[in-house]
Design a protein around this ligand. Structure first.
Ligand code: ADP
Ligand code: MG
Length: 449
């Protein structure tokens, strides 16, 4: 009956959903209106229960069984012999009712975010190695593992990969993954419903706790407090913690010092911005995955290289662009040439092209040094004004494609030699003055954001 049901389910939920979520399930028994499944992980059963329960019941009912509810046991998915499968699954070691309160605590894991789908390159190799180590769950781990980096660089992907891998190695372990926002939401809900003891109990009972985007709880005092206690309780019990954020602990404003220092006592690794090589590698790997499903798709020469050059900010945007190209190609049944790609992605390419201009630079620098914008172009020679002006000149030369005479015109009609002198002066200072190095780095980051 399950074999037949599966064929129908594959049609009704689509092959992707089917392969990710339903195929791993094993139907152990149907009795008393309940279909008993064995699922390899609780994440899968939670997800199936939430999204496909209706489909499954409908299909089984159509196949002649009376099914009003689904029950899931977590365990090895090794199919049992047919004779045993007919028997009620009362011997199941972990009844779902004991786990039920936990079911909604975490967030579901994306089945595509695995280590095997993660492309490793220079910018993320350290983060990847640390994630692998933690997923092994051996004695030489890091606790907590703190991953940080900009948006769309693969932090969430790595966290899910750790969870999948760790869960596969330790099937009975409780792995809880959620965003800091969800943590706060659950906490506030528990306060409101006076179930705070349950809340504490549930969080303190996991083997691995993963909190994504922890910068979210900065400034949220009681949530931080609770997070701190949860954190300490788990670390004291030797449970693994994995945290991500958009910046290093010390840089998160509004986060209590004691939390920062707690977060810093394991391993802190940053996921660096992507390089051209990594972007190209990611594009190639995603293209292979697409073509495994649609072998007749053609990608013209140089298209992936073009994308890797032009979309530099965020892997999610890169992926989105590729997906759009494939959708386009499979609808129009045309090869994706460079021209097709340029046309189809015009909007994405434009935003990625957003040029930094001299006005931005002058405004930012004036703000940073607390001088008037007018002094950027004015004649004042006092050091406190002249130095920022030279910095703005230097950044204009570095970050825009303007020539020295053009820059001179924008700085109150100064001569190109004056601009050159200013640029040189800053270059000298960058060698001998580390605070200048920092100032320039901060300004560049603000301008490029
Ligand atoms: P973050 O959490 O750092 O903002 P995500 O983990 O959500 O970023 O990554 C954004 C998207 O880019 C995801 O779809 C992810 O699968 C993909 N991605 C990022 N880095 C890589 C990589 N190295 N290999 C494959 N896919 C990646
Ligand atoms: Mg993320």
């Amino acid at each position: 009956i399950w074999g037949q049901a599966c064929a129908e389910l594959e049609k009704s939920v689509g092959p992707n959903n089917y392969n990710h979520w339903i195929k791993p399930l094993h139907l152990a028994a149907i009795d008393d209106g309940a279909a008993h499944f064995v699922s390899p992980t609780r994440f899968i059963s939670d997800w199936v229960n939430r999204h496909f329960a209706k489909d499954i019941m409908a299909v089984l009912t159509r196949a002649g069984a009376t099914v009003e509810r689904l029950r899931f046991d977590i365990g090895s998915q090794a199919p049992r012999p047919a004779a045993q499968a007919a028997a009620p699954a009362s011997h199941a070691p972990e009844a779902p009712t004991t786990r039920a309160p936990r079911a909604d605590l975490g967030a579901p894991l994306d089945p595509r975010y695995t280590f095997s789908n993660f492309v490793v390159g220079k910018p993320n190799e350290l983060a990847h190695a640390a994630a692998r180590r933690v997923a092994e769950g051996g004695p030489v781990g890091f606790n907590p593992l703190f991953l940080y980096g900009g948006v769309g660089l693969g932090k969430t992907h790595l966290m899910h990969a750790i969870a999948h891998d760790y869960q596969a190695r330790h099937p009975s372990a409780q792995v809880l993954y959620l965003s800091a926002e969800q943590f706060m939401y659950r906490f506030v809900q528990a306060l409101r419903e006076s179930t705070i003891m349950d809340f504490k109990g549930m969080f303190r009972n996991v083997n691995m706790l993963m909190v994504d985007d922890v910068q979210f709880i900065a400034g949220k005092d009681s949530t931080q407090e609770e997070f701190f206690h949860t954190f300490n309780a788990l670390v004291d019990q030797g449970k693994q913690i994995v945290i991500s954020a958009d910046r290093a602990p010390a840089e998160i404003k509004g986060l209590e010092e004691r939390i920062k220092s707690r977060l810093s006592c394991g391993l802190i690794v940053d996921v660096h911005p992507t390089t051209y090589e990594l972007r190209l590698g990611i594009l190639q790997s995603k293209t292979e995955a697409f073509r495994a499903q649609q072998p007749d798709l053609e990608i013209g020469a140089g298209v992936l290289e073009f994308l890797a050059h032009r979309i530099t900010t965020n892997v999610r945007v890169l992926e989105g662009a590729l997906q759009r190209l494939f959708a386009h190609a499979s609808l129009l049944r045309r090869e994706i040439t460079l021209e097709v790609a340029q046309e189809c992605l015009a909007d994405i390419l434009r935003t990625n092209d957003r040029k930094i201009n001299i006005d931005d630079i002058q405004r930012r620098v004036a703000e940073h040094y607390n001088i008037r914008l007018a002094d950027m172009i004015g004649p004042k020679r006092a050091r406190n004004v002249a130095r920022p002006r030279q910095i703005a000149m230097y950044l204009s030369k570095q970050l825009t494609s303007r020539s020295l005479p053009e820059i001179g015109r924008r700085f109150g009609g100064r001569d190109h030699t004056t601009i050159m002198h200013g640029v040189r002066k800053i270059e000298e200072l960058l060698v001998e003055d580390s605070s200048m190095v920092e100032d320039i780095a901060v300004l560049k980051r603000m301008l490029e954001a």
